[in-house]
Design a protein around this ligand. Structure first.
Ligand SMILES: CC(C)(COP(=O)(O)OP(=O)(O)OC[C@H]1O[C@@H](n2cnc3c(N)ncnc32)[C@H](O)[C@@H]1OP(=O)(O)O)[C@@H](O)C(=O)NCCC(=O)NCCS
Length: 299
């Protein structure tokens, strides 16, 4: 066995690491086939007032690993992700966990995006998230169920109605539930946001479902645009009537016809039976699994 390379771990903000961090993220993304930081933490990392905490591991002065944590909307549980290029992820995470303990953080959920990784010693496996993908266009006729009208989204007029359906549909969900107007505004101000890509379903004047689509900056492998089912939700009072399937098709059709997407991806909790079944029926297949681990502060 080779001796472990010396590694120093210290707090560091993404801003102060600049291009070194960008290079590390690019290398780790390439190696593990998925970006180490998800969208929520990427947004928190670019917000100097976001209240997140970062830790850098350096070996011989070179940045070899980086971890970043930020509070969930509930303010109690923190999300942690790590770009590890050191080959000593568990050791790095021990130091990070100690840092988070010292900062008084009670509960941390660590998301690992690399396949076949050893489960981290200080954390307990909690849930898995599938990344599913399909080629576009998917076969199927876009038609709203009887009594439902599909439309676009007006950020000012429809924001509260959308939040209400979102929070009812994702009641108790750790990241997607309990959205505030601010949470919504943060997302509608993202550079890729496209109001026409938020397809909505209405019964009379009531918003009952929505399908928020996204188009990625990086193209699909065949050179076409890469689309995403970013959020799909049906009001719990309107479940089981074919609305989920219909509005999913409506959004995929928008991606394919108006945004020239040739592939769509989505992220779904493996335990979300209804959604996984709906997506499989539409032709989506699982291409990657992210794993979540939880840790409660010791002592
Ligand atoms: C997933 C969701 C959109 C489905 O909406 P819906 O309007 O009830 O779905 P549909 O009536 O169009 O049904 C679509 C398919 O999913 C299946 N399905 C729906 N609910 C199901 C359930 N509870 N258990 C098993 N299968 C279910 C249906 O049987 C149907 O399959 P079929 O075509 O073989 O009959 C809805 O449950 C929802 O909003 N859930 C909360 C938010 C969420 O989890 N969104 C997805 C996150 S990625």
């Amino acid at each position: 066995m080779y001796p472990r390379a010396p590694m120093e771990v210290s707090p560091a903000s993404p801003g102060e690491l600049g291009v070194q961090l960008a290079n590390l993220i690019a290398t780790v993304t390439e190696k593990q086939g998925a970006p180490p930081f998800g969208e929520v933490l990427r947004a928190a990392m670019s917000d100097p007032d976001g209240g997140g905490l970062g830790y850098a591991a350096r070996s011989h002065g070179r940045l070899v690993s980086y971890a970043f944590a930020a509070p969930n909307p509930d303010g109690r549980v923190w999300t942690l992700e790590v770009a590890d290029g050191s080959g000593q992820q568990d050791r790095f995470l021990n130091d990070v966990a100690r840092g988070l303990d010292a900062a008084g953080i009670e509960e941390t959920v660590l998301w690992l995006h690399a396949p076949d990784i050893e489960p981290p010693a200080l954390f307990t496996h909690e849930r898995d998230l599938y990344r599913m993908a399909v080629r576009l266009p998917v076969p199927g006729t876009v038609r709203p169920p009887a009594g439902v009208r599909f439309a676009g989204f007006d950020v000012r007029r429809d924001a509260r109605a959308l939040i209400e359906v979102n929070n009812r549909a994702f009641d108790g969900h750790p990241e997607q539930g309990e959205w505030s107007l601010q949470d919504l505004e943060r997302r509608t101000s993202l550079p890729w946001f496209d109001a026409r890509g938020v397809r909505t379903g209405w019964v009379d004047h009531r918003l009952v479902a929505f399908h928020w689509t996204k188009v990625h900056d990086t193209p699909a492998p065949d050179g076409g645009a890469l689309g995403e089912i970013y959020v799909l939700a049906v009001d719990p009072a309107f479940l089981g009537r074919g609305l989920g399937r219909a509005i999913a098709l409506e959004g995929l059709d928008y991606l394919s016809r108006h945004r020239r997407a040739t592939r769509a991806i989505l992220y779904v909790d493996s335990a979300n039976i209804a959604a996984v079944k709906l997506y499989r029926r539409l032709g989506f297949a699982t291409e990657h699994t992210d794993r979540a681990y939880r840790r409660t502060r010791s002592g």
